[in-house]
Ligand binder design. Structure first.
Ligand SMILES: [Zn+2]
Length: 377
């Protein structure tokens, strides 16, 4: 399926610069691309698909999928929060940004303003650093939370445990597979461990392991290592979010065999900081597109950019923020950056991804209405 607007720039061609251009010509090298894609506005395609839902069987024989999956990446200034509207309209929130009103109100603006949500069905906290768990009290005071998902009680703040234990709480372990609201969620890391058997479609020898660094000398092992890492599957579409998982665990997931398999959309691990984002993983999963949850001066640029520029190709990197200290050549094209400024001029825009049951997905920058479409493998 796929509406007229979602003719694809995706597939392998996205890696080779086949993605559609920008009608505003900030990317003159690839301007004038595929019809109906560049510069189109948010939501002009999803509704067409939604009007004629057809269940498409996944290639691996898993249950048919239908509907639309939306992922909204909230600007928490270098924290992390993703709001997902699942195909059955339930809401999954992965991480809640920093404590307090600023990030709390930004999440509510997405939850209530964009999705019309009245409650959060599932709240997954990847780990307990304050830029991921901080917003739980603010949200819990304003919206019901159906189920709390986490890596266990180790290092959990008392404020989190009190709320989660008063509700429904489930601790996840590697290898867990959940069905949530029309998507599947595979747990590939949790509580310091990673899967030791491949996901379906994974397990191939990884050529990028040759000469790869298994760890970063002198880097501390801290709470980040406990991050719950998940692959969210919707038909052919695979989204990888490893939280702030540290380099050595990424290495274990990638070497000697790539246990994760190929990924369509990758949320940069650890905000694009260099303690994570091991290239042997990022290159092996071959993401069609990456979203960097960086802040203006946290993550992005430098060696992280160099890794992403190889895979998936710098033209398919999207950023929540411009990395203000990095040169333009180490930032995504401006139309693929949600927020260009810092301080008072920062409008706290989000990025949105809409995924159809066919596997077509579209990344949208509401700031400019620029979007690109991709075809999941
Ligand atoms: Zn973090």
């Amino acid at each position: 399926m796929g509406g007229a607007g979602s003719t694809s720039s995706g597939g392998a061609s996205a890696l080779a610069g086949g993605a559609a251009g920008d009608s505003e010509a900030s990317n003159p090298g690839i301007a004038g691309g595929l019809s109906g894609v560049g510069g189109s506005t948010a939501g002009d395609d999803g509704s067409a698909d939604g009007a004629a839902p057809v269940a498409d069987a996944a290639p691996d024989g898993s249950p048919p999928v239908s509907g639309t999956l939306r992922l909204l990446f909230v600007d928490s200034e270098g924290g992390q929060s993703t709001v997902l509207q699942l195909p059955n309209a339930q809401v999954l929130v992965i991480d809640t940004g920093n404590p307090g009103m600023r990030d709390g109100e930004r999440m509510l603006a997405v939850l209530q303003g964009e999705l019309g949500a009245t409650e959060i069905d599932y709240l997954l906290t990847t780990h307990y650093d304050s830029d991921h768990v901080g917003g739980v009290p603010y949200l819990a005071a304003r919206l019901g939370i159906g189920q709390f998902l986490d890596h266990g009680a180790t290092n959990a703040p008392a404020s989190y445990l009190a709320l989660a234990n008063a509700g429904t709480r489930r601790s996840l372990a590697v290898g867990d597979a959940l069905e949530l609201g029309g998507v599947s969620l595979d747990v590939v890391s949790a509580a310091g461990a990673v899967i030791d058997a491949p996901r379906s479609g994974g397990g191939l020898p990884n050529p990028f392991c040759e000469g790869a660094q298994a760890e970063l000398p002198g880097d501390a092992v801290d709470e980040n290592v406990n991050s719950v890492g998940v692959v969210i599957r919707f038909g052919r579409f695979d989204f990888l979010d490893l939280g702030d998982l540290l380099w050595p665990r990424e290495h274990e997931l990638a070497c000697p065999n790539n246990l994760v398999g190929s990924i369509d959309l990758y949320l940069t691990t650890h905000h694009g900081l260099t303690r994570s984002g091991a290239p042997q993983l990022v290159r092996a999963i071959q993401p069609l597109a990456a979203i960097m949850n960086n802040g203006p001066r946290k993550g992005g640029g430098g060696s992280t950019w160099n890794t992403l520029a190889l895979a998936p190709g710098g033209e398919n990197v999207w950023q929540v923020h411009r990395a203000v200290a990095a040169p333009a050549a180490q930032n995504a094209p401006p139309d693929q950056i949600a927020n260009l400024d810092e301080g008072q001029a920062d409008a706290a825009n989000f990025l949105e991804v809409q995924v159809e049951s066919s596997g077509e997905f579209r990344i949208i920058n509401p700031r400019t209405s620029f979007s690109k479409s991709y075809t999941s493998r």
